[in-house]
Design a protein around this ligand. Structure first.
Ligand code: FMN
Length: 189
């Protein structure tokens, strides 16, 4: 297994981008661009790698083993993640590797969900279009990470992705980058 901290004090970050049309993304793309200056940070675009959903579990597991923080970066689709990321969970996070007997590969790593939503903040409330606060949609992802022994960080949420202006997109990207840097400092970088 790869030792993520083998060559220094900068813990590696793996960003799993799950946007079905990365070339047409505005909000997720702004977040990805904001992360470009970060050292030891790999962005893997799952839909570019696996357009036919033919995910390579071993390649994905190797990428995860090399990371100390895993970021799931995706638009919200039907109150969860896009289909390929859900499929990625199913075939990569398997028993004996991610959980169950001998399944400790992810234990001690951290996980963060960076999500863009079409709904704005008001839509995610009891009286809003989505009927529930955003936090109501977090547990399936949080439990997935925790089931695999990962620590769970507060999600980074960019609401109203269709309506926010370019400045707000930049600010959200900067806030995400700042959080990853702060996480690194907390890890001793
Ligand atoms: C299939 C599909 C399902 C969606 N489901 C939701 C949803 O449940 N809640 C929501 O707020 N937005 C939803 N949206 C809107 C997307 O989250 C929004 O288009 C995306 O965050 C914009 O980011 P982008 O500019 O990177 O594409 C959905 C969009 C699509 C295409």
């Amino acid at each position: 297994m790869t030792d993520p901290d083998r060559d220094g004090a900068v813990p590696p970050i793996l960003v799993l981008l799950a946007h079905p049309y990365p070339g047409r993304s505005r909000a997720c793309d702004a977040l990805v661009r904001a992360l470009a200056p970060l050292e030891r940070t790999e962005v893997r675009s799952l839909y570019d790698r696996y357009p036919d959903f033919d995910v390579d579990p071993r390649a994905e597991q190797a990428a995860l083993e090399a990371a100390q923080l895993v970021v799931w970066l995706a638009p919200m689709h039907w109150y969860g993640v896009p289909g390929l990321l859900k499929h990625w969970f199913d075939v990569v996070l398997v028993k004996g590797w991610a959980y169950g007997e001998g399944g400790t590969a992810l234990a001690g790593k951290d996980c963060l969900w960076a999500v863009t939503t079409g709904g704005d903040e008001a839509a995610f409330s009891g009286k809003g279009r989505h009927g529930l606060p955003f936090e109501a949609f977090v547990p399936p992802l949080e439990r997935t990470a925790r089931f695999c022994g990962m620590g769970w960080l507060e999600p980074h949420v960019l609401h109203g992705a269709h309506r926010v202006d370019d400045e707000a997109l930049v600010r959200s990207g900067e806030a995400l980058r700042a959080r990853l840097l702060a996480w690194r400092q907390g890890r001793g970088a």
